[in-house]
Ligand binder design. Structure first.
Ligand SMILES: C[S@@+](CC[C@H](N)C(=O)[O-])C[C@H]1O[C@@H](n2cnc3c(N)ncnc32)[C@H](O)[C@@H]1O
Length: 418
């Protein structure tokens, strides 16, 4: 935060950082003119710490954020349909995110070889099913807290099978309803003991598990317990450094549409609102809450047209990496989406995939959409302490899941389906 800043709001905020380096702004009209790669993020969450100053937590007097669990079991469940999705003004962002996930899934399934088995944590409505089927995986277990979303995933599964695979479908699919970060969750009991996984994925959902340390531990137990040695844990999250920098710079960024609102920034398509300036030290790096709004998310305005923010928690990456080690998970790759794009696009396969997935897409509002894209990063961990044998981080030294699957009927383990 700039020292020149005069208002009281800012004077108290130097705990956010001392590094005022601005992130790249982008004006990209098309993916091929995407913003230049952002500098290697320092990943130094200590510098960004919300916890350095002994200030009294300051509560927001504004409306509380929508509870995410409630959101994903009520309005967040509704599907806008194909037409609704097409009509979205941020369809490029949605498609780009899908390209990132498809590329990552392809890369790691490919590295893992034949007959990969996958555990998709917080699978939602099964948006990634087809990405896995294209890689001919053998086993897919999807788990989510929302029974409604799991129902959508089952419908999607049937549709994909009928439209694309007719009689030739060979992936065993199992869906499980569970609060995956509840310390009482029974995910591992619900998965047959014969199944182990080569790949565990958590896409756009890790932030929900950062409410407190117990919940993160419960979640990471699920990630690691049946992940084979040498298997990968992949995911996508909002990058702590980027979001904190934007918060710090919000008053100097003339493009911030929320310049007059406390602790808020964004453009006409997204907005982030922090609820507190100072965070309670006793919670450590957990429970740092902010509200997130995206234009085309369902039911995102109240009766007066005010934004309804869905609450989530900052993933403090340095801490996350540290805790992952306790579960035998070692960082292999972490890359902001913009850098990821620049890296992957060099490979003809991913370039063609992007041309396919981003074709015929409305390319209005590209600058604003890139601004949202830059918030995100991919991460990849590998199970097992790196050794001489596993020096090359991209070569799995995998003890592969040898489970034999005899029938391909989908299974669903939720109260409603039993
Ligand atoms: C943004 S969606 C992402 C869905 C999917 N991974 C994707 O990339 O399309 C977040 C998902 O996390 C799920 N979720 C949130 N908290 C959860 C929890 N504690 N246990 C299980 N699922 C949870 C929600 O129900 C929702 O499906």
């Amino acid at each position: 935060m700039s020292k020149e800043s005069s208002d009281e709001d800012d004077k108290q905020e130097d705990f956010f950082n001392t590094n005022t380096k601005k992130e790249d702004n982008n004006n990209s009209p098309h993916p091929d003119d995407s913003p230049k790669p952002v500098d290697e993020q320092s990943n130094n969450s200590d510098k960004n710490s919300f916890l350095n100053k002994k200030k009294k937590p300051e509560e927001s007097k504004e409306k509380p954020f929508v509870n995410y669990q409630e959101y994903y079991t009520t309005s967040g469940v509704r599907d806008p349909g194909k037409e609704g999705r097409k009509a979205s003004r941020i369809i490029f962002l949605r498609s780009f995110n899908n390209w990132v996930k498809a590329s990552m899934i392809n890369k790691y399934c490919h590295l893992l070889g034949k007959d990969v088995s996958v555990l998709d944590l917080c699978c939602g409505k099964g948006g990634d099913l087809d990405k896995y089927f294209m890689n001919k995986i053998k086993l897919y277990v999807g788990a989510d807290i929302s029974e409604e979303l799991i129902k959508n995933a089952l419908t999607r599964l049937e549709k994909i099978k009928n439209e694309k695979y007719s009689n030739n479908f060979q992936t065993k699919c199992i869906f499980i309803k569970e609060d995956l970060s509840s310390p009482q969750n029974e995910l591992m009991e619900k998965i047959d003991k014969k199944y182990y996984f080569d790949l565990v994925s958590c896409q756009f959902a890790l932030h929900y598990h950062f409410e407190n340390e117990q919940r993160l531990n419960a979640f990471l137990f699920n990630v690691s317990e049946r992940l084979c040695d040498g298997g990968y844990f992949i995911g996508t999250i909002i990058e702590d450094n980027v979001i904190v920098k934007r918060l710090r710079n919000r008053k100097f960024n003339s493009e911030n549409k929320y310049i007059n609102e406390k602790l808020t920034f964004g453009n006409e398509f997204y907005s982030v609102k922090f609820s507190q300036k100072h965070f309670d030290k006793k919670n450590g790096p957990f429970g740092i809450k902010y509200g997130f709004y995206l234009e085309d998310s369902i039911d995102n305005r109240d009766e007066e047209g005010n934004i309804k923010y869905v609450g989530e928690y900052l993933v403090v990456f340095k801490e996350f990496e540290k805790i992952c080690k306790k579960y035998g998970l070692y960082l292999v790759e972490k890359e902001n989406f913009t850098n990821f794009y620049h890296d992957y696009i060099k490979d003809n396969f991913y370039k063609k995939l992007s041309a396919k997935m981003l074709k015929d897409i409305n390319t209005s509002f590209m600058k604003q959409q890139w601004e949202i894209i830059q918030l995100y990063t991919i991460f990849v961990f590998r199970k097992g302490e790196p050794s001489e044998k596993s020096k090359d981080k991209y070569v799995p030294y995998l003890v592969k899941n040898k489970s034999i699957i005899k029938d391909y009927e989908p299974e669903c383990k939720t109260g409603a389906f039993d």
